[in-house]
Design a protein. Structure first.
Lengths: 308, 117
C-alpha cells in the first residue's frame, strides 16, 4: 500500500498514453460496457452455441480460430521462433448489450503481426523450456515435482512477455438497433501498438496510435465523430529510480484542431519504502495547461501484488 | 492437476530396417519422455526424443516398447494436447494421440506401449 502526499501545480491530466493501449478485447471497449462474463469456446461447435447465447441473452464471446484445430507439427520452439504469429494470435471478440430499447452489437479483432526475441532472450527461454522438459521426464507422473514445474512455468511466462520487439493491431466495429430502426453502424476504431526493449539496456520505447470514428447516424449527428490519437512513451528503469517521458497528440477532425500533451515522471527510491515522485508536463488545454507534481510515497507493506 | 491415459498399439517391422523413434509435442506445448522396453531395467532415453535408435526390425519382433510422455500445458491459447510418434522402419509410420486438459498449467501423462510384430 502506498500513500501519496502531493503538491499540485495545475489542472487535471487527460488522455494518458495508457488509454491508447490496445484493449484486450476491442469489441467490449466500443460497447462501453464490461461484460458480466466472457465465453471462450475452443471448437466450432462450442462457438455456435456461444454465439446463440450472446445474441439471445446479451454477453460476450472471444475466440482464436487457429486453435480450433490441433497443430501436431507446431512445436514450442516453432512458436518461439515465429516472427509473424498473425494466425496464431488472431482473436475475434463479439459482444451485445441492451440499454433501454437500444441493442448494441460489437465485433472486434486483435493480432500480433510481428514479434521477435533477441538471441540472448531466446536462449534463456529455451533453457527454461529444457528445465521443464527435464522435470517432466519421469516414468511415474506422480513423481513429477509439481512445485518446481509451476515455478519454472511462471519464470517461462515472465521471460516470454519480455519480447524485444512487438507490433500489434486491433480493430472493432459497433452497430446499434432499436424497435424503430434496424441494425446500423454506430462507431468504429482501430489501434496500433509497437514496443521495443533493447536487450542490454533497461530502456523501453512504446508507440501507440488509435483512430476512432462515428459511423452512420452518429457521424451525421456531430457527436463523437473522428479522432486520431498517437502517443510515444520512453521509459528507463533501474533499481533505485525510473523515469518516463510521454507525448500524446490528438487530431480532432470535426473541430479541425490538434491538441498535445507532454509529461515527464520520475520516481526515486530515497530509502527502501520511501519514494520521491516528481512529474512535469503540458496538458491538452490551450490555457492553464502546465502541470507540476511533487510528492512522497510511503510503503507500508512489503508485499507486491502482481496482475497476471 | 495430472490427467493420465494409457494406450497400446502394434507396429509391423520391415525386416532388418533400423527402427528410429521421434516424439513431437504439438500445439506449442512442452513435454518430456521416458523410453524403455517393457519390463527392462535399463532406460533407452529420456527428455526430447529425436531419431532414437531402437534396434533392427527383426530383433524387435515380440518386444514391447514403453514410452511415457508427460506434457505441460503452457499455451494460453489452447488446452488441447497432441503428440505424434514417428517410428521409422515400421508401419504405421505415424501414430497421433489427441486429448485436452482442464486448465492451463495442467499436465497430461500418456503411456503408450508399442508391440512390434
Amino acid at each position: 500500500m502506498m500513500v501519496l502526499m502531493a503538491l499540485y501545480g495545475r489542472s487535471q491530466m487527460t488522455l494518458p498514453i495508457n488509454d491508447l493501449n490496445i484493449p484486450t478485447s476491442p469489441a467490449f471497449v466500443l460497447l462501453d460496457k464490461s461484460p458480466a462474463s466472457i465465453e471462450k469456446p475452443s471448437s466450432p461447435k462450442a462457438l455456435a452455441v456461444s454465439l446463440v447465447n450472446v445474441w439471445e441473452k446479451s454477453g460476450a464471446v472471444e475466440f482464436t480460430p487457429y486453435w480450433f484445430r490441433d497443430r501436431p507439427a507446431y512445436t514450442f520452439r516453432d512458436n518461439l521462433q515465429n516472427r509473424a504469429p498473425v494466425f496464431q494470435t488472431f482473436a475475434i471478440s463479439a459482444a451485445t448489450a441492451k440499454v433501454d430499447t437500444v441493442t448494441g452489437l460489437s465485433i472486434g479483432f486483435r493480432t500480433q503481426f510481428f514479434k521477435s526475441y533477441s538471441k540472448a532472450l531466446s536462449g534463456d527461454i529455451l533453457a527454461k523450456a529444457k528445465e521443464i522438459i527435464d522435470l517432466l521426464s519421469v516414468e511415474n507422473p506422480e513423481d513429477i515435482d509439481m512445485a518446481a514445474v509451476n515455478n519454472a512455468k511462471k519464470e517461462l511466462n515472465y521471460l516470454q512477455t519480455k519480447t524485444t520487439f512487438i507490433a500489434e493491431l486491433a480493430g472493432a466495429y459497433k452497430g446499434e438497433s432499436s424497435p424503430s430502426r434496424s441494425l446500423a453502424a454506430a462507431k468504429a476504431g482501430i489501434w496500433l501498438h509497437l514496443r521495443y526493449t533493447p536487450d542490454k539496456f533497461p530502456l523501453t520505447f512504446v508507440g501507440l496510435a488509435r483512430y476512432t470514428w462515428g459511423a452512420g447516424a452518429v457521424a451525421h449527428s456531430g457527436r463523437d465523430t473522428a479522432f486520431f490519437d498517437y502517443g510515444i512513451n520512453l521509459s528507463y528503469q533501474n533499481e533505485d529510480f525510473d523515469i518516463q517521458a510521454e507525448y500524446v497528440n490528438r487530431r480532432d477532425f470535426s473541430e479541425r484542431a490538434n491538441y498535445d500533451r507532454l509529461a515527464i515522471v520520475v520516481n526515486y527510491q530515497v530509502i527502501p519504502g520511501i519514494v520521491a515522485v516528481a512529474s512535469l508536463g503540458k496538458d491538452f488545454k490551450r490555457v492553464n495547461n502546465v502541470f507540476a507534481l511533487l510528492g512522497v510515497k510511503f510503503g507500508i507493506s512489503r508485499e507486491v501484488a502482481k496482475l497476471n | 492437476m495430472i490427467k493420465k491415459r494409457t494406450e497400446t498399439a502394434e507396429l509391423e517391422t520391415q525386416n532388418d530396417a533400423q527402427v528410429l523413434l521421434t516424439v513431437t509435442i504439438g500445439n506449442a506445448q512442452i513435454g518430456g519422455n521416458v523410453v524403455r522396453f517393457k519390463d527392462a531395467p535399463v532406460l533407452l532415453a529420456k527428455g526430447e526424443i529425436t531419431r532414437l535408435v531402437i534396434g533392427n526390425g527383426s530383433e524387435l519382433v515380440g518386444k514391447t516398447l514403453k514410452i511415457v510422455t508427460n506434457i505441460l500445458d503452457v499455451n494460453e491459447q489452447t488446452n488441447k494436447i497432441v503428440v505424434t510418434y514417428f517410428v521409422e522402419g515400421c508401419t504405421p509410420l505415424v501414430t497421433v494421440f489427441n486429448d485436452t486438459v482442464g486448465n492451463e498449467g495442467d499436465i497430461f501423462s500418456l503411456t503408450v506401449e508399442f508391440t512390434f510384430k
